[in-house]
Write a protein that binds this ligand. Structure first.
Ligand code: K2U
Ligand code: ZN
Length: 170
């Protein structure tokens, strides 16, 4: 399946609130396969449709980087029905290459969504799975992890990005 281009900061498409998935079937399955191949090519453990310029509430994930299409997780139209606790951990993003920072997120989430066939799913998650669910769902709501940093740290990122851009390195 073709590897797609991943949009990077400050592409305005990454700020878009994506549209719900309403059509389930072969076309969606083909998009999912492209997204999984693109994710594994990086490699990443998650990838949102908006990161490849597709306006859909859809992300794929594979914490083991199995490179097995039978094992890839698929989430459509995610909603959190429970978000509790707080945990800070280092994050990176395929759309913000070369930068990592500690991000505060909920320690536990219950996510309700649809699977690739449109069937309802409900996942109670903690740890890296919970963090990845929140990171990818943020993407589908036009939010990058850098927007969850303190104003001071976000300012430092923007100044660093502008310096790299001026040097032609970003
Ligand atoms: O959405 C993305 O940009 C892929 C993210 C997913 C992610 C970010 C932070 C925390 C969990 C998941 C990553 O760039 S994938 C790279 C990665 C690999 C191992 C562990 C964490 C992140
Ligand atoms: Zn990301």
């Amino acid at each position: 399946m073709p590897i797609r281009e991943i949009l990077t900061y400050p592409d305005p498409f990454l700020k878009r609130v994506a549209k719900p998935v309403t059509e389930f079937g072969p076309a969606l399955d083909e998009l999912i396969a492209d997204m999984a191949d693109t994710m594994w090519d990086e490699p990443g453990i998650g990838l949102a449709a908006t990161q490849i310029g597709v306006d859909l509430q859809l992300f794929v994930y594979d914490l083991e980087v199995s490179r097995d299409h039978e094992r890839v997780g698929v989430v459509c139209n995610p909603k959190f029905t429970l978000m509790e606790g707080e945990e800070s951990d280092e994050e990176g993003c395929l759309s913000v290459p070369g930068y990592t920072a500690a991000v505060k997120r909920s320690a536990r989430v219950v996510m309700e969504a649809r699977d690739r066939s449109g069937n309802p799913i409900k996942v109670d998650a903690t740890g890296l799975l919970a963090r990845m669910f929140q990171h990818e769902t943020d993407h589908l709501n036009g939010i990058l992890f850098i927007e969850r940093l303190s104003p001071l740290k976000r300012g430092m990122f923007i100044r660093r990005f502008k310096k790299l851009q001026a040097r032609g390195d970003a």
